[in-house]
Design a binder for this molecule. Structure first.
Ligand code: GTP
Ligand code: MG
Length: 192
């Protein structure tokens, strides 16, 4: 299995401390608890690079990882944490919009959806945001190990339809590594 050598570069709670744009960047976005940090660890083939939350809504900064001085991976804070106060939700929007809508060399956005959940208003808002800032995104249906093979196929089709994906989403599991190769292929294509 191909693994990557990745290191923590910066934890950025606001736009003023983003790293200097130099390398191509791949962003990982999605609802709180959708599995962003776990997916980054799985993609890189390491155990404890990105911190996996014990409680949802813990990550409140963009965490940048440097991968082999070739590209950066950006682990974005999750949205949709119901208990978050309004002020925090605004801070989230400011940070994510500042990042995705800014002038950064983002070559692709990995957009996560729990395969078992029905997308809601906030998911559609994220997609709207991505298309407004003209970002190429790849949908990923996470936690596919929770479903049987047949259900994975059906849910994947249903989510493609609901979210109007331009390319089919990739069913993914950090437990079984389903979808890892397909997602890496997409990512490597974008970087080079
Ligand atoms: N069964 C299963 N559980 C997963 C998978 N990916 C993540 N999880 C679990 O889902 C929970 C949330 O995972 P995280 O990676 O912390 O999710 P996150 O999107 O980074 O969450 P925030 O940083 O709070 O936005 C953890 O308990 C993980 O172990 C998966 O593929 N399969
Ligand atoms: Mg996280």
């Amino acid at each position: 299995m191909r693994t990557y050598s990745a290191t923590l570069l910066t934890v950025a709670p606001n736009v003023s401390v983003f790293p200097r744009p130099a390398l191509p960047e791949v962003a990982v976005v999605g609802r709180s608890n959708s599995g962003k940090s776990t997916l980054i660890n799985t993609l890189m083939g390491v155990r404890r690079l990105a911190r996996v939350s014990q409680r949802p809504g813990k990550t409140r900064a963009i965490v940048f990882f440097d991968v082999e001085k070739r590209f950066l991976l950006a682990d974005l804070p999750g949205y949709g944490y119901a208990a978050a106060p309004k002020k925090e939700q605004q801070a989230w929007a400011g940070l994510v919009d500042g990042y995705l809508g800014g002038d950064r060399p983002i070559v692709g956005v990995i957009t996560l959806f729990d395969i078992r959940r029905r997308p809601d208003e906030m998911d559609f808002l994220l997609i709207e945001m991505l298309s407004q800032c003209q970002r190429t995104w790849q949908a990923v249906w996470t936690k596919a190990d929770k479903l049987k093979r047949r259900q994975i196929t059906n849910r994947s089709k249903e989510l493609d339809r609901l979210l109007k994906t331009s390319r089919p989403g990739i069913a993914f599991s950090s437990k079984t590594r389903l979808g890892r190769e397909a997602l890496l292929e997409w990512m490597e294509d974008d970087i080079s």
